[in-house]
Design a protein around this ligand. Structure first.
Ligand code: TRP
Length: 472
């Protein structure tokens, strides 16, 4: 019996559950989840730190061999069960403890969203600074006092003063969480899908404009060479593992976000094709972000290896020197803030559906509770960079600790669990039906997918995991 979008595995009706209204809407939402700070903030700085093109090549390999199979697995779980993360596992393998994977994922979503919304808040502050021409004015006024002050020194001080302060970052992050909650109140179609359908094209347009600008800068070629000409002497085991971790983070795999979005897909959505489109868009945008950032850095003689502060310090220094810098800075920070927004929506939705469907709250209340819990994590994360920096857990402040345990422990574990679940535990007929859409499509990739999920992905993830813990 073909499953209708309104029926679960046992044929029970889900009259209240929505689906995305169009295929494109599903792709826009999932791509919105994937495309975020991971692409525009994390990918460029990781590439900058790990030697450029060689990192890019390994990253592409990781997307293809790990990211895509895992994304298909998550979509499959969600689209078959049409339930929240914990509920999906419970429905597919009732009476087992697998639903704990889902429950833990919700906790991971809370922790990720806690620190992610702090950085998202920074992007709002920086959009504001760009709008008020603050980079330029701040550098100019510092140079009045100390004529040989470098723009990058001034902007570093500005950034540190802001990020370690108490109220402003918390206020921006709170605003960001509130915007998320507001969008989710609209529901799946009128909230998530509509916002994604509006925001994603704007995002692509902004990216295209920024790219054209970067490519026409004098000295752009050198930046492109850094990004596209591999130097394999820089590759170490560390590079490979960093690239895998980046692929997980960027594609939103490993903690069930995509299970939720899969659960809103109707039963005729081709999950393989959707995963390819989403992965393709995600990768393209990471590459475009590189094309925006590296030529700009090189043409103003600034090395792009600053790490996490790349977009908050290095780039503003570039914008200060660039003709039309006011305009480009503004476009850039709007771009980053929008990208962050569509990603945080998916993380918050993972929490909301859990409180709604597994705990049994109304959607409205689930949104309030999720936003509140996230806010508490976010406040602690933000303060831990400043006044609470002395309180350490395992030698790290709370912010770094959250980043560390999610990307090095929970996400690899979650990804391995999802991969083993679909590879070994899920009924083969369910997998086959999901891939072939009940024999309507060829599903030629079924066997390679299953073996990737059974053996290859868990093995590689295990290595990433050991490396993340510093055990190899
Ligand atoms: N993929 C997003 C980015 O690139 C972040 C994100 C959203 C995420 N949902 C996730 C990361 C789930 C890990 C897991 O910024």
């Amino acid at each position: 019996m073909p499953l209708s979008p309104w029926r679960g595995l046992g044929g029970e009706a889900f009259s209240m559950r929505s689906t995305f209204s169009t295929r494109l809407g599903a792709i826009a939402a999932a791509a919105g989840s994937a495309i975020g700070l991971g692409n525009i903030w994390r990918f460029p700085y990781m590439t900058g730190e790990n030697g450029g093109a060689a990192f890019l090549l390994i990253y592409l390999g990781a997307v293809l061999c790990l990211g895509i199979p895992l994304m298909i697995a998550e979509f499959m779980i969600g689209r078959t069960a049409h339930a929240d993360v914990a509920g999906s596992f419970r429905k597919l393998l009732p009476g087992t403890r697998w639903y704990w994977v889902g429950a833990v994922s919700v906790f991971v979503a809370i922790v990720i969203l806690g620190f992610y919304s702090v950085i998202s808040g920074w992007t709002l502050e920086y959009t504001w600074r760009a709008l008020t021409n603050d980079f330029q004015t701040s550098v100019a006024s510092a140079q009045l006092v100390t004529p040989d002050a470098q723009a990058s020194q001034v902007l570093t001080m500005d950034f540190n003063a802001f990020a370690t302060s108490q109220l402003p970052p918390i206020l921006w992050a709170s605003l960001f969480i509130a915007i998320n909650a507001f969008i989710l109140l609209g529901g799946v179609q009128k909230g998530i899908e509509r916002a994604s359908n509006i925001l994603m094209p704007i995002l692509l347009l902004l990216l295209a404009m920024l790219c054209v600008n970067s490519l026409t800068l004098p000295g752009a070629a050198e930046g492109l060479r850094f990004f596209f000409e591999p130097d394999f002497s820089k590759v170490t085991g560390q590079t490979v593992l960093a690239a895998c971790g980046q692929a997980f983070f960027s594609m939103s795999v490993g903690m069930g976000c995509l299970i939720i979005y899969g659960s809103y897909m109707d039963d005729n959505t081709k999950i393989g094709k959707t995963a390819l489109s989403v992965a393709g868009l995600d990768t393209m945008i990471a590459i475009l972000a590189g094309i925006i950032i590296f030529p700009a850095c090189y043409s103003y003689n600034i090395t792009p290896n600053a790490g996490p502060s790349l977009i908050f310090i290095t780039l503003p220094s570039v914008f200060v020197a660039m003709p039309g810098g006011y305009f480009w800075a503004l476009l850039f920070f709007i771009l980053v803030a929008l990208a962050a927004l569509t990603s945080t929506m998916s993380l918050l939705e993972a929490e909301v559906t859990f409180f709604d469907e597994t705990i049994g709250m109304t959607r409205r209340r689930a949104i309030m509770v999720s936003a509140l819990i996230t806010w508490v994590f976010c406040v602690v994360s933000s303060l831990s960079l400043g006044v609470w920096n002395d309180y350490k857990i395992a030698g790290l402040n709370f912010f770094d600790f959250c980043d560390f345990i999610t990307s090095n422990i929970f996400m690899p574990l979650g990804a391995a669990a999802i991969s083993l679940f679909v590879g070994w535990k899920l009924d083969r007929q369910i997998v086959r039906d999901a891939i072939t859409n009940r024999k309507e499509d060829s599903g030629w990739y079924l066997m390679p997918l299953i073996w990737a999920l059974r053996v290859f992905c868990p093995a590689v993830i295990f290595l990433v995991f050991l490396k993340g813990l510093g055990l190899i």
